[in-house]
Design a protein around this ligand. Structure first.
Ligand code: HEM
Length: 319
């Protein structure tokens, strides 16, 4: 076989790479010699991935329910991946911020548009039956959803609207954590008591969330924006993209999700209360949660209208 100039150049680059790491290139070439070629099914662990759906019931639509939650968690993970890149960049510019934030918006747009898989894509009666086999598990126990919130904004913006003013001056993260808005979710409608869903979730993740709140205190998405140069902070495309993220994450996805609850769950309060149901009708609508990652980027009128409009265009005031 002829050793072409290209091959020679590659070998020279490999030599430089491994020498720089104090490694012997030949050992790596030996490794290459013996290693199996990569296959698509090995690379993405396809067999493992397609064996991660363990149904609790024989209802065929439960499979859709599992897979769509897994798809959502993978997108949540992509969002956290992009947030980490912004959070850890010590030479952040508006341009670099925009690259990652546009990707985050792409992921959230996929999640908003695909929620019809849930809303339109399952049989109502099958859902009513298999859902009972899943209790008290709920998407409410999605830790990544909370992590996205904690890594996007300061803890003060995640406190329940009724306690925000009172806790604004407190430095006590543990105290503030107690009043996060979602502590009012997954609560029994009849008694106001926390459900097992919420109690299990708090037990499993409280330490992790408190640690993350501390870790992202000075590098969450808002803080990273606030630390840009005045010129970069005035970048209109960045401001537009941040507002879009706020609307996708805190209005459009919650509204799509709320639609699925309206489609599948009992709506008569008496029935809900009688069956130990939760306060989801008061809790889920974004106009009640009033969560904004970047309140500084919205006018008082826009804040008042929060969650009361449903179309991105309307909210972004695009003429
Ligand atoms: C048929 C589809 C669905 C229904 C009927 C539904 C129902 C609910 C309800 C009622 C709640 C409020 C907590 C409670 O009262 O139990 C909730 C919360 C939640 N669910 Fe779902 N859900 C569905 C699909 C999903 C999917 C696919 C995900 C993706 C991970 C998800 C993630 C969440 C999250 C993150 C919360 C907390 C939302 C918040 O705190 O604002 N749900 N869900």
């Amino acid at each position: 076989m002829e050793i072409t100039p290209e091959i020679k150049e590659r070998l020279k680059q490999l030599e430089e790479k491994y020498t720089a790491m104090g490694q012997d290139m030949n050992s790596y070439l030996d490794g290459l010699l013996h290693s199996k070629v990569v296959t698509y099914w090995d690379y993405i662990k396809l067999d493992i991935l397609l064996n991660l759906q363990t149904q609790k019931t024989p209802f065929e639509d439960e499979y859709i329910f599992i897979v769509y939650h897994q798809i959502t968690e993978l997108y949540f993970n992509l969002i956290l991946h992009a947030i980490d890149i912004i959070a850890d960049d010590v030479n952040l510019t508006a341009e670099k911020y925009l690259v990652q934030l546009k990707r985050i918006n792409l992921y959230f747009e996929q999640l908003v548009h695909s929620f019809d898989v849930m809303i339109e894509g399952m049989d109502h009666d099958q859902f009513a039956k298999f859902r009972m086999a899943l209790l008290p598990a709920s998407g409410f126990q999605s830790a990544q959803f909370r992590m996205i919130e904690i890594c996007s904004t300061g803890i003060d913006n995640l406190i329940h609207i009724s306690a925000r003013k009172q806790l604004a001056k407190s430095e006590d993260i543990h105290e503030k954590y107690k009043y996060l808005y979602w502590k009012r979710g997954a609560t029994e409608l009849a008694t106001g008591r926390k459900t097992l869903t919420l109690l299990q979730f708090e037990k499993k993740y409280t330490n992790k969330f408190i640690h993350l709140i501390r870790d992202f205190y000075h590098k969450n998405l808002w803080e990273q924006y606030a630390q840009l140069t005045p010129e970069d902070r005035a970048n209109e495309e960045l401001i537009y993209t941040m507002r879009k993220y706020d609307v996708l994450a805190n209005i459009l996805w919650p509204l799509a999700h709320y639609k699925s609850a309206v489609r599948y769950l009992q709506k008569d309060k008496a029935d809900i209360a009688a069956t130990g149901g939760t306060n989801w009708q008061e809790y889920l609508p974004p106009k009640y949660q009033l969560i904004m990652f970047f309140p500084e980027l919205w006018s008082e009128q826009e804040k008042e209208d929060w969650g009361r409009k449903t179309k991105l265009d309307e909210f972004m005031n695009i003429k």
